[in-house]
Design a protein around this ligand. Sequence first.
Ligand code: WT7
Length: 654
Amino acid sequence: MNSFSSLLQEHRLFQPPKQFSDNAEISSMDQYSSLLKEAQFDILEHWSKQAKRIHWFSSWNTILDWKHPKAQWFKEGTINASFNCLDIHLGTEYKNKKAIIWEREDGHKIELTYAELHNKVGRFASSLKSLGIRKGESVTIYMGMNPEAIIAMLACARIGIVHNVVFGGFSAEALRDRINDSSSVCVITQAITKRRGSDIPLYDAVFSALQSCPSIREVISKDLPKSDKQETPRFHDWDSLLTSHEVVCDPLHIESEHSLFYLYTSGSTGKPKGLVHTTGGYLTHVHYSFGLVFDPKPDDVYFCTADIGWITGHSYVVYGPLMHGMTILIYEGALNHPHPGKIWELIQYHKATILYTAPTAIRAFMSAGNQIPNAFDLSSLRLLGTVGEPINPEAWMWYHSIIGNERCPIVDTWWQTETGGIMIAPIPGAVPTKPGTATMPLPGILADIVDKSGNPTPSNVGGYLVIKHPWPGMARTIFGDDARYEAVYWSEFPPNDHHEGMYFTGDGARKDDDGYFWIMGRVDDVVNVSGHRLGTAEIESALVSHPSVAEAAVVAKPDEIKGNALIAFVTVMKDRPVDIQALKQELKDHVAKEIGAIAKPEDIRFTEGLPKTRSGKIMRRLLREIVSQGTISGDTTTLEDFSSLEKLRSSDEE
Ligand code: WT7
C-alpha cells in the first residue's frame, strides 16, 4: 500500500495550522458548528443576515419566494454589482489600493487601483449607454484574460446590461451559437490575445461569426483592426470610445432579480445551456462564500488562475474578490509559458498570498518535476484552493508539501456553473481537511447524498449529490427555456410527501464516517477534461455534421493529467472511400472548428457499428469499459448486435 492510501485509511485529518486566521470570522470547529446550527435553525434568517453585509439601495421584504422550481431572492431589494465591487471602496483606504495586477505572456504588465478601475468602468458604461444599449439587453464579451474584460463586465453590470462572456478558446461557430441564443446586441472583443507564444485572432473569429448574427448592432474591439467593412453592425475602437466619454456614470438601482449575466455550459443533451444568474442573491452568495473560504486580509494578493470565460472567473476572479477589496492577479497566457515555472515566478514576483487553481494544472506542474517550483520563493502563499474536478490525494499531497510547504491549508471547493458560488468546502482554520474531499457544505447549503428514490444513502454508500433547499446563488433558469431548466435540474427528485423537491447536481458522491463529502464524478454524459466541462452529445453532433461520418459516440477515458480524455467511436458513410489516418486528423480539426480546441477528441476509433440496446440507444457504458479497461464485463444481453461489439474489440486491439 502506498503512503497516500495508508494515510487515507488512517483517516488522518490535516488540522489547520493554529496561527492561521486568528482574526477570521470562523476560526475554530466550535464557531463553525454554531454557524451551522444557526443556519439550520433558520435558513432564511441566515441568508438575510449575509445579504445585509453587502450594499443595497433599498431593502427587500421577502427573503425567498419559492415556487418550485422558480426562486426569487430578496425580490423587492435594489442593488448594483459594480457599486458593490468599486464604489464602496472609494471612501476608504482601499481607494488607492491595487485592484488588478495584470501580466501578459510577452512581459507586458499593468496595475490599476480601485479608483482607476472605477474611472474606466464609468467611462466604458457611458460608452455603452451612448451606443444605445439598454438595461436588460445582452452583450457578448469574447476576450482574453485582461483588465478590459473585467471592465466590460462591470460596466455592463453598472447599467443593467446582461453580460454573456464566451471563453476565448471557443471557435467562431461556438461563439455564433452563443450570440444568437442569447440575442446579444453587441460584442466586445480584442484584436488578438496571446497563448503559448501564439497570437489568437479573436477579432477575426468575431468577424466571421457576425456573418450570421442578425441581432448584433455594435462591435467594440480593443485595438480595432483597420478595416473598411464598418457599416452594419457598427465597429468601434475601445480606446477611442473610452477617451471620448465622461467618467461619471451613476450605477442604476437594479432589482435584485434582474439578470446579471448569462453563462453557457454543456449539458448531457442538446446544445449548451445559457444559465441565467440574477443580481442580489448571486452577490450575497459570492460575497459570503468568498469571505468564509478565502478568509480575505487587507494585504492579500489573490491569484485565481481561472479564465473569466468560466463561472470561477465570474465569481472568484471578479465579483467575490472585488467586493472584498482584494488585489487580484491575472495572467493573459498559459501558466507554463514563456517558461515552465511561470506560475511560480508570478507568485514570487507579486508575492501572491492565495492561489486558487484546478487539479489538472496541479497534476501537470507535478509531472514537470519539483525542481521547477523549488527554484522560486513561494513563502508569500498562505492559502491554496482547488476547483473544477476531484483532486486525487497524490496531487493534493504534492500541492500541500511542495507548493504550500506544509503551512497552507488547502480548500477543495465543490460547486458548479449552476450553483453560482461555492457549496461544499472546508473553512480554513476551522474544518480539518483530508486529501481528496471537499469536506462539508457551507452553512446554509443543505447538500445531501440520496439514492434513486431520494432517500439519504448510509455512510460510505455512493448516491446522487443533491441540494435540498434553494440557495441565493442558484441559477434561476436556462435562458429562453424554463422547461429544460425544470427537466434537467428539478425533475429527478420532484416534490413528494417526504420532501419539497431537490436540485439534482448530476454528480455522484458518498459521505464518509465523518460526514465528509467525496465527489465521485458525473453520473450523466458530461465529461470533465482538464477542468473544462464538455457534453459528449455536443461533440457527437459536431462529428456527425462531417459528411464522412454516419454515427459517433464519445466517451471519457481516465487520464493522469487531464482527469479524462475524450475518445470518439465513429462509423463512416458506407459510400465514401476513406483514408483513415487523414480522416482522423480531419475530424479532430472539424471538432475544433465547430466547438473549440478544448473539445478535440484525443483519439478517434473507427468501427463498423456501435453497440446498441434493443431500443436503439448506444451503450456508452460498454464503450467506456473498452477505453478504460480494454475489456467488457457485466450484462450485455440487451445488445442488439453482438458482432458490433466484436468489431469494436478488434478495432481496439489494432
Ligand atoms: C462540475 C461543474 C465550479 C467551477 C468550475 C467547474 C465538477 C467542480 C469540483 C470539486 C470534484 C468538482 C463537478 C461539477 N467539480 N468542483 N472540488 N471536486 N468535482 O464548473 O464547469 O460548471 O462544472 O465540475 O462534476 O458538477 P462547471
